[in-house]
Design a protein around this ligand. Structure first.
Ligand code: C5P
Length: 225
């Protein structure tokens, strides 16, 4: 039996990957499946939370017992997260957010030209949602959790990113063959702003989700212990 240690709490989870449209048929995207975010949302609901799950392009079936918000782009995701975070006890940014979007959207499909040339796509920066909500907490004591998928110097990069983003917890995982993107399994280290580091062995994304909430619960406003 799961302890209802998130009863009376509102938590916001983002899941999936943003898509930044280039023209009516193309986008810049990423390989996030949304599985980790969905596992987090389901685990929080099972622990008694009111859950707002903001999903970007996952194609996953709607989980029972959560409020689902669908978005496409990083700008839409930011709007949805900021809105939902207004009364949230915790926000977990599991979504893979595009750092850049095309500077312009072509209303007609971009065509090949006969001269053999190729278009240059100009990009602009997207908002960093995690950094923004960490800096401007909607409520005092709101707990903010980020994810970082790294390929090299995973822990060293994670420690720098935790400080740069300003979140309370950063789940750092290594992008690999059998883990992270699209996989059912994950392996991670959860870094906390207070310096504690919690390794989570290779296993189902559901297990990592429970560990994340185990680390969030004692940090919630008014939490005992
Ligand atoms: O900087 P990086 O993309 O590695 O950071 C990953 C973390 O930051 C994830 O939690 C992701 O949801 C969040 N993020 C964000 N807005 C961005 C880029 C990443 O909130 N524009």
């Amino acid at each position: 039996v799961t302890a209802p240690d998130l009863a009376g709490r509102h938590v916001v989870v983002s899941a999936g990957g943003t898509r930044e449209p280039l023209d009516p048929v193309r986008y810049l995207g990423n390989r996030s499946s949304g599985k980790q975010g969905y596992a987090l949302a389901k685990a929080a609901a099972a622990r008694g939370a009111r859950v707002t799950l903001i999903e970007a392009n996952t194609g996953l079936p709607d989980p029972a017992g959560v409020d689902l918000v669908r978005v496409g782009t990083a700008v839409q995701l930011r709007e949805a997260v900021v809105k939902a975070a207004a009364d949230a006890d915790a926000v977990v940014m599991a979504a893979a957010v595009a750092d850049f979007r095309p500077a312009a959207y072509a209303s007609g499909k971009i065509k090949k030209t006969d001269d053999g040339g190729a278009p240059t796509i100009e990009l602009v920066r997207n908002p960093d949602i995690l950094a923004e909500i960490s800096a401007d907490r909607a409520l005092p004591g709101q707990v903010v959790v980020g994810f970082a998928a790294e390929t090299d110097d995973v822990l060293a990069n994670g420690r720098v990113k935790l400080r740069r983003k300003g979140c309370d917890l950063l789940v750092v995982n290594e992008v690999g063959e059998r883990k992270t993107f699209g996989s059912e399994e994950n392996e991670a280290v959860v870094l906390a702003a207070d310096g504690t580091e919690t390794p989570v062995p290779y296993g189902p994304k559901e297990a990592l989700a429970e560990t994340v909430w185990d680390l969030v619960v004692p940090r919630l406003r008014g939490a005992s212990g």
